[in-house]
Design a protein around this ligand. Structure first.
Ligand SMILES: Nc1nc2c(ncn2[C@@H]2O[C@H](COP(=O)(O)OP(=O)(O)OP(=O)(O)O)[C@@H](O)[C@H]2O)c(=O)[nH]1
Ligand SMILES: [Mg+2]
Ligand SMILES: [Zn+2]
Length: 307
């Protein structure tokens, strides 16, 4: 059998649209067995960005045999399934899109995605879209906080094209996933960057959501500006399965202070001689610290530990 490498573009009901990497032809891929053996229980065994090995068994149809190891994953906790769910894999950047006004920016959402990005070595970029409608005080305040932390913050508008050049700069020669709440303008931004990309997103969305514009499945697209992955709007980006001892490492502003805490194991909560808590509003943003405490309290193994 002649095994080839394919890249997963999108999929639903265990039928995947996969791209043969040499010919750039799209095939329909299914598992030869009932499931894909990956060695652990997973919510979504294949996501856009995955590289699989398979062989062509009839014209444009492929049996998928194996998933190659992933460089990284953008994941979240799926409450319903009580499992970690991979959204997309093997990405360089994640564009965390929110709206400058409506729907109101959710900083906890952004902070959780930032944690996963730091954990997985994905470069996060914060996009504040719909800037043509003005910017809320909250969005402005947080854009400054994130900028001070050293994260790239782009203010964009699909209406006026403000900031689009900067978004394209990020996408260049890389694989970038857009993520954010529903209605913040992820697909609109992608449409403006590459209308062919948005066409395939829309075709699928129309087919599966009876005409609504909202994106229903994650899909990746090889555009001239880079590889773009659009994802459906996410209401809750939970990270409950993250080990609590690690969370502090993903708030990068703690790094310079943590070495001055008395205890190496300091979680910066209520320990004595904690350099992080004594630097609030003096090097550490109170709002980000509040976010840290909130996220920490949500983590499954912290709940058991703190009991
Ligand atoms: N004023 C203004 N409206 C925008 C802008 N970008 C998007 N919109 C509007 O916001 C609405 C939602 O845009 P979408 O691109 O579908 O949002 P999305 O993030 O892809 O939403 P989901 O697919 O549901 O996750 C549409 O009515 C857009 O026309 C912008 O920069 N300015
Ligand atoms: Mg969309
Ligand atoms: Zn401390």
């Amino acid at each position: 059998m002649n095994y080839l490498e394919f890249e997963v573009i999108w999929g639903v009901n265990n039928i995947y649209s996969i791209l043969e990497l040499n010919s750039k032809l799209i095939y329909e891929g299914i598992f030869k067995g009932k499931v894909l053996e990956t060695g652990c229980k997973e919510y979504s065994p294949l996501v856009p960005g995955d590289i699989v090995l398979g062989y062509i068994y009839s014209s444009r149809k492929v049996y998928i045999d194996k998933r190659l190891s992933r460089k990284n994953i953008l994941w979240r906790y799926n409450k319903k399934a009580d499992l970690r769910q991979t959204i997309v894999s093997n990405i360089d950047n994640v564009l965390i899109v929110s709206s400058a006004n409506f729907p109101e920016m959710k900083n906890f959402f952004i902070d959780r995605v930032l944690v996963v990005a730091e954990e997985q070595n994905i470069v996060p970029i914060i996009v504040i879209n719909k800037i043509d409608k003005g910017i809320s005080q909250k969005a402005q305040e947080f854009s400054e906080i994130y900028e001070n932390l050293g994260y790239k913050v782009l203010k964009t508008s699909v209406k006026t094209s403000e900031g689009i050049k900067e978004v394209k700069e990020v996408l260049k020669n890389s694989r970038t996933s857009f993520i954010g709440q529903s209605g913040v303008g992820k697909s609109s931004l992608i449409n403006l960057i590459d209308s062919r990309a948005s066409q395939s997103v829309n075709e699928i969305s129309h087919k599966y959501s009876r005409g609504k514009h909202t994106t229903v499945y994650s899909i990746s697209f090889h555009s001239e500006s880079g590889i773009i992955v659009d994802t459906p709007g996410i209401k809750e980006f939970g990270i409950e399965t993250l080990p609590f001892e690690n969370l502090k490492y993903y708030f990068k502003e703690f790094e310079n202070f943590a070495s001055f805490c008395k205890y190496k194991s300091c979680l910066h909560v209520s320990e004595p001689y904690c350099s992080v808590t004594s630097s609030l509003d003096n090097g550490i943003s109170k709002l980000r610290y509040e976010s840290y405490l909130k996220i920490l309290s949500e983590l499954k193994n912290y709940k058991n530990y703190a009991r």
